[in-house]
Ligand binder design. Structure first.
Ligand code: BG6
Length: 501
């Protein structure tokens, strides 16, 4: 186990949702697991002026319910004692100077520093600029790292502009572009599944695979994030980042090693091999929808346009689906279908791989119903499962077949799943960039979605509504190449039934 060097973790936007819901609980889990070094200090930065004690009271409220059996108050007290507070009030010209004095002169704070940008994307550049001007990014007496949340820019050009401004103060090894999906245990398992087993590798190509479906559906709406979400939409929010990363893990070649550079070299090659969607072909490759009011798990919910803070007549998509092709030897001609939606019937993320039918249909006379293909499915959440569907003989005198699901949950009863942020925060403090995005990956992902974004921005009228609590908008069948291809609606046996609409 690598050990973390003493460091100061500065969280900008410490009072915001990301920090309260994800970062503080993840840090507390690391504390409980004994993974934090003794000299590790958290510095919460937020715009309001308040005392250290009142901030610690807030943190206490967040972590008290997370205390588990066997961990006494001493763990909580040790965790709370690490926290300090700094008011970073807009317009206060001395705020960064004070920060600099704290970090560089006050011996409470270890000289190595991580600056976590848990702020609105629009604020990132300004903060880094100020940190740079105050000399807080110079690696004089220790290392300095910056963590930036997605979305990195809002299209290719803005991502490049943002990057150019970061390079004025930072080198690539200092920049940790986080995509929390890569920290999920089940997503990391895709790599283990592919590269620690030989069984499937000979089949993992266009000779045997018919198509790949990658789905992330949510029952939640925009959760009060109108400000961010209406400018982003589902394509930028989920597909440009999380779903394209999943595609890259499924489709990449085995890397030379599991080192950060080797892994990212292979992911970027796949992303760069995605056939560009021309503006003319956007409608054949992309579909968007927006939820209207409906019922989710028995509860009536408002439509997107009725959500607080959404401008009247907004054409932002809350559902997006893409058909992509990877133009390389392995994947030639295999469609990859990606979809995501908010306020859908179920919350589930999965990768479903459908295999081709055997070259001869020898059982066509004795079988009832159509030929059933093999599927391999990797459930990411809520259940971490691996399923494989195969055909077997129905017991009895006749040669009838049916589909059987080989079903494995790879977490054993007593094993706990860990939140994605726990591992990622550890990696930042350890300086391991394997699960963070390199700039060329981000650029390649923007190149994939940019033409769609452009056309959707121009054709604002063509957005298909879907009632909240359903499987999404009708009409997505037009993305599929053949009549016998359609979304799997679940990982259960009945989920393979085609339900185009
Ligand atoms: C975030 C998106 O990156 O991922 C959210 O901004 C989305 O809109 C979330 O809800 C989904 O992640 P998870 O881990 O909750 O499945």
């Amino acid at each position: 186990m690598k050990t973390i060097e003493p460091c100061t973790l500065v969280i900008f936007g410490a009072g915001g949702n990301l920090s309260r819901l994800k970062l503080i609980p993840a840090l507390f889990s690391l504390e409980k697991a004994g993974r934090l070094p003794e000299w590790l200090v958290f510095l919460a930065c937020n715009i309001e002026k308040r005392s250290r004690d009142s901030w610690i009271d807030d943190v206490r409220k967040i972590v008290m319910p997370l205390q588990s059996n066997g961990h006494g108050m001493d763990v909580i007290e040790r965790f709370l004692a690490r926290w300090h507070y700094h008011a970073n009030t807009p317009g206060d010209a001395t705020a960064y100077l004070q920060l600099q004095q704290m970090i560089e002169q006050d011996e409470t704070f270890p000289p190595n520093a991580v600056y976590y940008m848990a702020v609105r994307p629009a604020d990132v550049q300004g903060i880094i600029e100020k940190l740079g001007e105050a000399g807080l990014l110079k690696q004089r007496n220790g290392w300095r790292r910056v963590v930036i949340e997605k979305p990195f820019g809002y299209d290719l050009l803005s991502a490049q502009t943002l990057q150019a401004s970061l390079y004025r103060h930072l080198d690539e090894p200092q920049i940790f572009r986080i995509d929390h999906y890569l920290g999920k245990g089940t997503v990391r398992n895709v790599m283990v599944f592919r590269f620690a087993n030989i069984l499937l590798e000979p089949l993992w190509n266009h000779h045997y695979i018919d198509h790949v479906q990658i789905t992330h559906s949510e029952t939640i709406g925009i959760e009060g994030r109108a400000d961010y979400y209406d400018g982003a939409g589902a394509l930028r929010d989920m597909i440009q980042s999380h779903l394209l990363q999943l595609l890259a893990l499924v489709a990449m070649e085995p890397p030379v090693s599991m080192s950060a550079e080797h892994l990212r070299d292979e992911k970027v090659k796949v992303l760069q091999a995605i056939r560009p969607i021309t503006q003319k072909s956007v409608n054949a490759h992309a579909f968007r929808g927006q939820y209207s009011s409906g019922t989710v798990h028995g509860k009536a919910v408002p439509g997107y346009l009725e959500e607080k803070g959404i401008p009247e007549g907004s054409s932002t998509e809350t559902y997006a689906a893409l058909k992509l092709f990877i133009d390389n030897w392995r994947w030639s001609g295999v469609p990859f279908y990606l979809r995501t939606g908010k306020r859908m019937a179920d919350a589930s993320s999965a990768i479903c791989i459908r295999f081709k039918n055997p070259p001869q249909d020898l059982l066509r006379h004795t079988r009832t119903g159509p030929q059933r293909p093999n599927w391999i499915m990797l459930g990411i959440q809520p259940h971490d499962t691996m399923k494989m569907e195969m055909q077997v003989k129905v017991p009895g005198l006749d040669l009838h077949t049916r589909t059987m699901s080989l079903d494995a949950t790879y977490r054993k009863g007593e094993e706990q799943s860990v939140d994605a942020y726990e591992g990622l925060l550890l990696d930042v403090m350890l300086g391991d960039q394997s699960l963070f995005l390199r700039i060329d990956e981000v650029e390649a992902a923007w190149r994939v979605v940019d033409p769609v974004i452009k056309v959707w921005a121009m054709e604002r009228g063509f957005i298909t509504p879907y009632a909240a609590g359903t499987a999404g908008p009708r009409g997505t069948y037009r993305l599929f190449d053949r009549d016998d291809q359609f979304w799997r609606q679940s990982l259960n046996l009945d989920g393979a039934d085609l339900q185009p609409y």
